[in-house]
Design a protein around this ligand. Structure first.
Ligand code: SF4
Length: 238
């Protein structure tokens, strides 16, 4: 698999302490991307690693971690390799007697429903909802529309695989209130819920048109949080 980097113990890539594996390559181009070096598939700083090599890295941290998170780039571009990695980590978990959950961090542009084996080995997905309006989504990411993201959100929710929804709060570009309202409606119509995390946009490390865009103020973040609470969402802020 094409790997950008591995953080052996991370506390910001899902619940608890986890080994985070960042795969190389992304299929969209977010205006606020903090890791533009992960976008090209063939960046010379990425390295080809076998599933066994990545699993050996995970094994080294076993006493200290609750599982692994595979991120990117967009890790679903390497869904086949990720399936094998999850299978190997499940086996490691059985052999070591130490439970290791397996999570995916994704932009939601590739259909999870088409990867049944991967999803049977995966405990959950942390999914980005970057915009609800198609024109805004296109402006932010370069992708045609966000229909795949919405379909994925619904499919993951129905199949109890939605670990968390993430919204980057970017006032003036992303209508956070509209996204929250649509998420609440989707939860109501399906009859299930998932945690929602509001991420404060930070320009540090961003290249391109948003590098001078202001961060949301505390008041704006408090307004978003209050709305989410009124909509009965399980919301947190980072
Ligand atoms: S999905 Fe993630 S890695 Fe890809 S361009 Fe957007 S922010 Fe960057």
């Amino acid at each position: 698999m094409r790997v950008r980097k591995i953080i052996s113990q991370s506390t910001v890539d899902g619940p608890g302490n986890r080994t985070a594996v960042f795969l190389q390559g992304c299929n969209i181009r977010c205006a606020y991307c903090h890791n533009p070096e992960t976008q090209a598939m063939d960046d010379p700083e990425a390295r080809e690693m076998s599933v066994q090599e990545v699993t050996a890295e995970v094994a080294r941290s076993i006493p200290f971690i609750r599982g692994i998170t595979v991120s990117g780039g967009e890790c679903m571009l390497q869904a086949g390799e990720m399936t094998e990695l999850f299978r190997a980590v499940r086996q490691l978990s059985i052999e070591s007697g130490h439970p290791l959950t397996r999570l995916i961090d994704s932009n939601g542009t590739i259909q999870f429903a088409e990867h049944a084996v991967l999803m049977s080995l995966c405990d959950g997905v942390m999914l980005d909802v970057k915009a609800w309006d198609n024109a805004v989504y296109h402006r932010l990411t370069g992708a045609k529309d966000n229909s795949a993201v919405i379909q994925n959100m619904e499919w993951l929710l129905r199949h109890d695989k939605l670990t968390e929804l993430r919204i980057v709060c970017l006032p003036g570009m992303v209508d956070v209130e509209t996204i929250l309202e649509h998420i609440a409606k989707t939860f109501d119509s399906i009859g299930k819920i998932a945690p929602v995390r509001l991420l404060r946009f930070r320009p540090h490390g961003v290249a391109g048109e948003l590098k001078n865009h202001p961060m949301p103020t505390d008041e704006q973040m408090a307004r978003y949080t209050a709305l989410a609470q009124r909509l009965r969402l399980d919301v947190s802020v980072r």
